[in-house]
Design a protein around this ligand. Structure first.
Ligand SMILES: NC(=O)c1ccc[n+]([C@@H]2O[C@H](COP(=O)([O-])OP(=O)(O)OC[C@H]3O[C@@H](n4cnc5c(N)ncnc54)[C@H](OP(=O)(O)O)[C@@H]3O)[C@@H](O)[C@H]2O)c1
Length: 226
């Protein structure tokens, strides 16, 4: 059985991408290609990377502040630096996140003491849970954080069967995220349960980083054999 499939267009929505880095650009571009309207958010309205991305991605793409993007989106992706995601989401404003699916792709990595980074939170808590507690009216779904950004939207790049995980407290929110993951090409996302599963998903990242060092390429992924 193939664990991924050819990408489909999926549902058409207004989507906010909070973050102007590689992950935000990659996910934003794919979501535009799938037919969605996408606004990328940043700390400043005239962020050069946000503006360049919007210009390159075409008429359905735009850029603004975190708050402007979050207000625009029916679904909001957190693609910000994990160590400061709570701050970035505060700038997005709780009112703009309330009632919405908040897809958390971030990893709580602390690079302040050099490489390899450590996790700012782990074992008994996670960034996904911190975000859910800080924004109780948002429906946080953690996914896609266990792989490189190119594989996120192109699972067929890695040969064979391999997996994407998700977790969150709201079943309908997870169903919406699964639809989006299908659109990216993932056939059978593995639902790990409530948001506390974000602990394990985030604690996979140190081993991902080791493997990246070993393979000297981000084009690999975890596969669950059973
Ligand atoms: N790179 C990957 O392939 C990969 C894979 C899996 C998960 N992730 C995770 O995905 C997230 C995004 O990664 P990335 O490499 O694309 O981008 P990144 O460099 O980790 O984050 C970029 C974003 O963080 C914002 N930011 C930085 N400092 C901030 C602060 N003090 N307050 C508020 N916002 C701040 C930036 O805002 P401005 O736009 O204003 O500069 C920018 O939008 C990270 O959490 C990362 O761990 C990355």
């Amino acid at each position: 059985m193939l664990y991924y499939k050819s990408a489909t267009s999926g549902p058409i929505m207004r989507i906010a991408i909070l973050g102007t880095g590689d992950v935000g650009s990659r996910l934003g571009s794919k979501l535009v290609v799938m037919g969605n309207e996408v606004r990328m958010g940043s700390r400043t309205a005239k962020n050069a990377k946000g503006a360049a991305w919007a210009k390159a991605a075409g008429a359905k793409a735009s850029a603004g502040t975190f708050a402007e993007a979050a207000k625009f989106g029916e679904v909001v992706f957190n693609c910000t630096l994990g160590a400061v995601s709570l701050e970035a989401l505060k700038q997005a404003d709780a009112d703009n996140l309330a009632g919405k699916v908040l897809v958390d792709v971030a990893n709580p990595l602390d690079f302040s003491k050099g490489m390899p980074p450590t996790l700012t939170v782990c074992n008994t808590d996670s960034l996904g849970e911190q975000i859910q507690r800080a924004f109780p009216d948002a429906k946080v779904v953690k996914t896609l954080n266990t792989m490189g950004n190119v594989v996120m939207v192109n699972p067929g790049l890695v040969p064979g069967n391999h997996d994407v995980f998700l977790c969150g407290n709201d079943g309908l929110a997870k169903a919406k995220v699964v639809e989006i993951l299908h659109g990216f090409g993932w056939k059978s996302p593995i639902d790990l349960g409530d948001i506390t599963a974000a602990r394990g998903m985030e604690m996979l990242v140190p081993i991902w980083l080791r493997l990246y060092g070993k393979f000297q390429s981000p084009n690999f992924n975890f596969k669950i054999a059973r």
